[in-house]
Write a protein that binds this ligand. Structure first.
Ligand code: ADP
Ligand code: MG
Length: 139
């Protein structure tokens, strides 16, 4: 199954560092349409639920704490080939390995505080979008 949607979060580091507007501008300039957006501060339970697939990984506790350390911006984005194209736009998980011009290269400092989330498959894009947005909060 392929869809034309993906899900993103601008993470607490990027919001705290004042990059929210720049990142949204990069996303729109790259051709993505915003289909839903909200500015929220996750609870521990909400962050644990979102990252449940990573529950067994060594960094899970730190990742959850980091994601609750300040507000985030969550959004559903639309574009042809959205999942793959958005992963290209954000760059590698570790900003040290991200290509020049990518969002993580420009705005992230560490493998954990890496500025943005991007879904890794159409299936997860749908699950993640549904985790944050009800039917009346997106179009
Ligand atoms: P991605 O966000 O690129 O899909 P993963 O799904 O592997 O990366 O990891 C989810 C998130 O967990 C990353 O974006 C990052 O914030 C954090 N993370 C990944 N690997 C590490 C690590 N080795 N140490 C600390 N945090 C990590
Ligand atoms: Mg991932």
């Amino acid at each position: 199954m392929t869809t034309n949607r993906t899900f993103t979060m601008i993470k607490p580091d990027a919001v705290a560092n004042g990059y929210t507007g720049k990142i949204i501008d990069d996303i729109i300039t790259a051709g993505f349409k915003i289909k839903a957006m909200k500015y929220i501060h996750l609870t521990k339970a909400q962050a644990e639920g979102f990252y449940a697939v990573h529950a067994e990984r060594s960094f899970f506790g730190e990742l959850v704490s980091f994601m609750c350390s300040g507000p985030i911006v969550a959004a559903i984005l639309e574009k042809d080939n959205a999942v793959e194209d958005f992963r290209k736009l954000i760059g590698a998980t570790n900003p040290a390995n991200a290509e020049e011009g990518t969002i993580r290269k420009k705005y992230a400092k560490s493998i954990e505080a890496n500025a943005v989330h991007g879904s890794d498959s159409d299936e997860n894009a749908a699950i993640e979008g549904n985790y944050y947005f009800s039917d009346i909060e997106r179009f």
